[in-house]
Every structure is written in structure tokens, then in C-alpha cells.
Design a protein around this ligand. Structure first.
Ligand SMILES: Nc1ncnc2c1ncn2[C@@H]1O[C@H](COP(=O)(O)OS(=O)(=O)O)[C@@H](OP(=O)(O)O)[C@H]1O
Ligand SMILES: [Mg+2]
Ligand SMILES: [Mg+2]
Ligand SMILES: [Mg+2]
Length: 444
């Protein structure tokens, strides 16, 4: 049973919260053995510089994580499975018809019927499952553009897409509505995601389609849902419908989607393309579940399996990933960092939080994002990915080495320069040092 232990030696350990993290620590130092007994945990350390002698941990069991949030996680995974199915269908339509149901927002970014439809669907499922009064959601999209008189066709498409998805809810283990939702109900479900987050209480964070640019280009995108309680991300669920079976295909971009969709009918088999990753804070594990193929129901789905970050520590063997668009992150700055720490492989440029998935699954060792000065990162672009990488054994901080702050509204307030996620502490430290060494001479 995963149990959180608080170590009396926490000041001496880089990781001190979970058994998985101890195991991770042991992998770096290979001199620690970890054993757990019924009421105490013992660490045997053969490296005197870390610990003088065998040591016992404080046996206080802070909390059994098995039960907490299990209902929320169950519903969240099912809701993201539904959202992946919905967005796959919309993406297939967009690509085959060069559809006009893509809009530009005021900030010139894109929004599609999938963004609104996923937001409405997940909002509806959460409210139905936990009661509308108990659900507070921070999410990316609003109803402004959809509510305009000239947006009737757009709204009709969203309503139809939501209802098609909810009609299949039972297949995903969710009770659907007794009749199709009306326009006003769909708008209300989207509008209800108007929480502004904050330091206390519980709220969900949703990016219905992360990487909308990748989505409209037939490429990678993600559906990201997280639960935050008292400022901490406690659950993360990340649907990656186009994540390929072979990691090398991640860099094929749209070509991959076109080739694969010709070779195999979409959603024909488990594990051929796409999955949902999820993690619960403190559990020490991140899990991967295949997407639910059409015509299969939940009980037939293959069991989830755990994922772990890569054990590669040597920068020359490491792969780093970053946003595709230069406008979203400085490619030249990260190229300089990579060079200075000895990363020689080509960067893996992929849309969306699929980059977090790549690190969590061990397909890449580093993710870096350095947005232009003045841009404020939103919590929904990072919450789910952060907890999933951490529980898979990795490290996620800002460029000053501080944890990301999800407790201050919709932005990652106080973010120091950029975001650095790594499979291991050593790579992470090297990059943080490289940022410090080169920041003043950068133009960021
Ligand atoms: N100027 C600027 N700088 C940095 N980041 C920005 C910027 N503008 C937008 N965004 C946010 O980036 C999200 C997409 O990030 P990606 O990593 O997918 O970028 S990229 O498309 O691969 O370049 C994207 O998420 P989605 O809108 O959900 O796609 C935005 O929240
Ligand atoms: Mg967007
Ligand atoms: Mg996003
Ligand atoms: Mg989005």
C-alpha cells in the first residue's frame, strides 16, 4: 500500500516524501537500500557523506493515499477518456474537411469546437458526479465567442459534439444525461468553469485541448485535468490521443498522423496510439491506461501500467523537448543551455503537454520552456503534467529551482524565468546552473 512517510532525515535527503522517491534516490546513489516493515521504515546507507549510519525513519504515517481522492481520480480518468474520444473525432473531421470551425481568439490564439466541447463535457461529468455545488473549475475557455448571434453554427456544432460524446458515456462507466443537453445547458457547463483558483480549498484545473495549434494541424495535443487542494496539485490526468507507439514517431509531426491513419483505422487496437496518464500526489506512481477503443467497454480495457522517468543521467545521452513555436519558448536560449551541459541530440519539438508525458514515460529526459518576458504561464498548461512527472520520479521546477506555484490564481505567479522538468536531479541541477551562467547575456 502506498504510504507517505515523513523522514526525520529529510534535510539530508533530496527526496523525502514517498517510497517511490526513496527508490529513485537509491537509483542515483546505489548505496541506499530501502525496506518497509509493518510499522517502521529503515534506510541503510553506505555513503557516509549522506548519512553516518543506518537510520530509522519517523514511523509516523501521515496519510494513506490509497483511499483519498480515489473517487475523484476514477471520474477524472473516465472524463478524460471521453474527451479524448470526442477530440479524436473532431480532429479527424477537421483534417478531412479543412473545416471552418476553428476560430481566432482576441489574443490571436486558436480555439475549436473541440476546446469548447471538451470543456462542456468534462464540466458536466464532474458536476453530475460530485454535485454542482461541490465542483469548482478553472479552465481555459469561455463562452463569449460562442454566445454571439453570428456563432449559431458554431454553437450548434458544439452542442451536437457534446451530445454525441455524452450519449456514449455509459461505455466509459459514466451515467449520461437522460436526454440530450440543450444549448443553454451546454453554455452553462462551459460558463461554470469560471473559478479563479487560489490558495485554499479544492478546485479542478482544465485545459480542454492543450496544443490547439498541434490539434488543428493534425498533430499532437493533450487533454489536461488536475485537481488542486490548498494550493497543491493532488491529481493529474493527461490524455494524449496521438502519442505514438514508437517514440521516434513523435518527431514526425503531421506526417505521422497522416501515415498512421492510413495504415490503421484510428482506435482499432489498444496501445497502438494514444493513452491517458494519471497520478495522485504522494502515491509514488504514475499510470498509463490505453485509450478506450470504440465498441469496447471499460471492463474489457487492458489494465493500466506504471510509467517511470528515464534513468539516463549522462547529458550526451539525454533528449530534451520544448515547444514547437519559437514564439512560445526561446529555441536559441535552450540550444545554448543544451550545448553548455553537453546535450548533443536534436531537440524534440512537440506541441502541448505531450512533452510532460514524454518525460514521465522515459521517452525524453528534459523539458524546458522559456517564454518571452511579460508572458505569464497559466496553471492549466502545467498542473497535470507536473504531478505526473513528479510521481513518475522526476523533478519539475522553475529556472530558480523552486516548485511551481499553483496557489495564486490562474497564473503561475512568481515563476522564475522558465520551467525545467527533468528525469533526475543531476540533470536538473546542471540545467539550473547553466541557466544562471547564461541568463545575463541572454536577450530574454
Ligand atoms: N506567447 C506565448 N508564450 C508561451 N506560451 C504561450 C504563449 N501563447 C500561448 N501560450 C501557451 O502555450 C500553450 C501551448 O504550448 P506548447 O508547448 O504546445 O507550444 S507549441 O505550440 O508547441 O509551440 C498554449 O496552450 P493552448 O492554448 O491550450 O494550446 C498556451 O496556453
Ligand atoms: Mg488556447
Ligand atoms: Mg494549453
Ligand atoms: Mg487549450
Amino acid at each position: 500500500m502506498p504510504v507517505i512517510y515523513r523522514s526525520t532525515l529529510s534535510s539530508q535527503l533530496p527526496f523525502s516524501q514517498t517510497s517511490r522517491q526513496f527508490t529513485q534516490f537509491s537509483l542515483y546513489h546505489t548505496k541506499i537500500t530501502f525496506s518497509s516493515h509493518s510499522n517502521f521504515t529503515r534506510i541503510c546507507c553506505l555513503k557516509p557523506s549522506i548519512m553516518e549510519k543506518d537510520a530509522q525513519l519517523n514511523p509516523t504515517i501521515l496519510e494513506s493515499t490509497e483511499e483519498k481522492y480515489s473517487a475523484e481520480l476514477d471520474v477524472a480518468v473516465k472524463a478524460v477518456q471521453m474527451a479524448c474520444s470526442l477530440s479524436q473525432r473532431v480532429q479527424e473531421g477537421l483534417i478531412s474537411k479543412a473545416n471552418s470551425l476553428v476560430q481566432s481568439k482576441d489574443d490571436k490564439s486558436l480555439v475549436t469546437i473541440a476546446d469548447w466541447s471538451v470543456q462542456a463535457t468534462i464540466s458536466w461529468v464532474l458536476s453530475e458526479s460530485f454535485g454542482i455545488k461541490n465542483v469548482s473549475i478553472v479552465a481555459e475557455e469561455d463562452v463569449e465567442a460562442l454566445s454571439k448571434p453570428e456563432a449559431t453554427v458554431l454553437l450548434d456544432s458544439v452542442v451536437q459534439t457534446v451530445n454525441e460524446c455524452l450519449a456514449e458515456a455509459l461505455q466509459f462507466g459514466i451515467k449520461g444525461p437522460i436526454r440530450p443537453l440543450k444549448k443553454a445547458e451546454v453554455l452553462e457547463a462551459i460558463r461554470q468553469c469560471n473559478s479563479i483558483g487560489g490558495p485554499s480549498g479544492r478546485f479542478w484545473v482544465l485545459d480542454p485541448v492543450d496544443g490547439t495549434l498541434g490539434f488543428v494541424r493534425g498533430d499532437q495535443y493533450a487533454v489536461a485535468l488536475a485537481l488542486i487542494e490548498d494550493g497543491e496539485v493532488v491529481l493529474g490526468v493527461l490524455g494524449c490521443p496521438n502519442y505514438p507507439l514508437r517514440k521516434e514517431w513523435l518527431s514526425y509531426h503531421q506526417r505521422y498522423y497522416r501515415i498512421i491513419s492510413k495504415l490503421t483505422p484510428p482506435r482499432s487496437e489498444s496501445w497502438d496510439k494514444g493513452f491517458v496518464l494519471y497520478a495522485r500526489k504522494g502515491s509514488g506512481k504514475s499510470w498509463m491506461q490505453p485509450l478506450l477503443p470504440q465498441s469496447m467497454n471499460l471492463v474489457e480495457l487492458k489494465s493500466p501500467r506504471p510509467v517511470y522517468v528515464s534513468l539516463v543521467e549522462d547529458p550526451s545521452l539525454a533528449t530534451f523537448c520544448e515547444p514547437v513555436e519559437r514564439a512560445n519558448s526561446s529555441h536559441s536560449f535552450t540550444a545554448g543551455l543544451a550545448h553548455s551541459v553537453g546535450v548533443s541530440k536534436e531537440p524534440l519539438r512537440v506541441y502541448s503537454m505531450v512533452k510532460y508525458a514524454a518525460v514521465a514515460r522515459g521517452d525524453a529526459e528534459i523539458f524546458m520552456k522559456f517564454a518571452k518576458s511579460g508572458y505569464k504561464e497559466k496553471i492549466w498548461d502545467h498542473a497535470a503534467g507536473t504531478v505526473i512527472i513528479q510521481e513518475a520520479g522526476g523533478v519539475v521546477t522553475d529556472a530558480g529551482g523552486h516548485p511551481l506555484n499553483f496557489s495564486n490564481g490562474i497564473y503561475l505567479e512568481g515563476l522564475d524565468r522558465g520551467i525545467i522538468a527533468c528525469a533526475g536531479v543531476q540533470l536538473h541541477q546542471k540545467i539550473i546552473q547553466a541557466v544562471d551562467a547564461s541568463w545575463d547575456s541572454s536577450c530574454l
